[in-house]
Design a protein around this ligand. Sequence first.
Ligand SMILES: [Zn+2]
Length: 227
Amino acid sequence: MEAAATITPAVLILLGPPGAGKGTQARMLEAEFGLVQLSTGDLLRAAVAAGTEAGKAAKAVMEAGELVSDEIVIAILRDRLAEPDCAKGVILDGFPRTTIQAQALDQLLSETGQKISAAISLEVDDAEMVTRISGRYTCSMCGEGYHDTFKAPVIEGTCDKCGHAEFTRRADDNAETVASRLAAYHEQTAPLISYYQDHGVLKGLNAMGNIEEIAGNLKGIVSNAMN
Ligand SMILES: [Zn+2]
């Protein structure tokens, strides 16, 4: 009998602007492929709580009110990738943010015998995103969600669920803020998109369809990338 091939854990990078459904799709990938989503914030908190060497270094820097260096984040990631729950692979969320970090990550992966399986960019239509996000509001009593264009209450100005007549809009969901958030995202992400394109691992995914359709396409990309 042949020995089972050693499976190299997949490393996926998920890029997408706020409101593109990155969290939902990442959870789907975790469930479907046994991957673990790693966000920089969670990584730092866990390392600090566990009191690892890198965690102690991060704690000292954060307590001094300074930004945690790329070196420390990479050290924490190195420790985390070695844990058993990452055996099938990970989805990186929020790291890398710069090409310097992307290079440091490639260096780390070359040491662990891994490589980027795919950098998946959730592609959105900015104007459509502004409409979607800036139209949202909720009932201030029961929290039921509504939308100017897509889901108005049956009786104008009255919550379908509880009959309340007051609604709340998040201040940062106005059109101007959403547009500038998207612009900042594109500006920050463009160099990374080029970087991963140059390395032949960039996969674009239209993130404007319905959730099931996007999930289906994403599964296809990840399934290919993991083989
Ligand atoms: Zn209500």
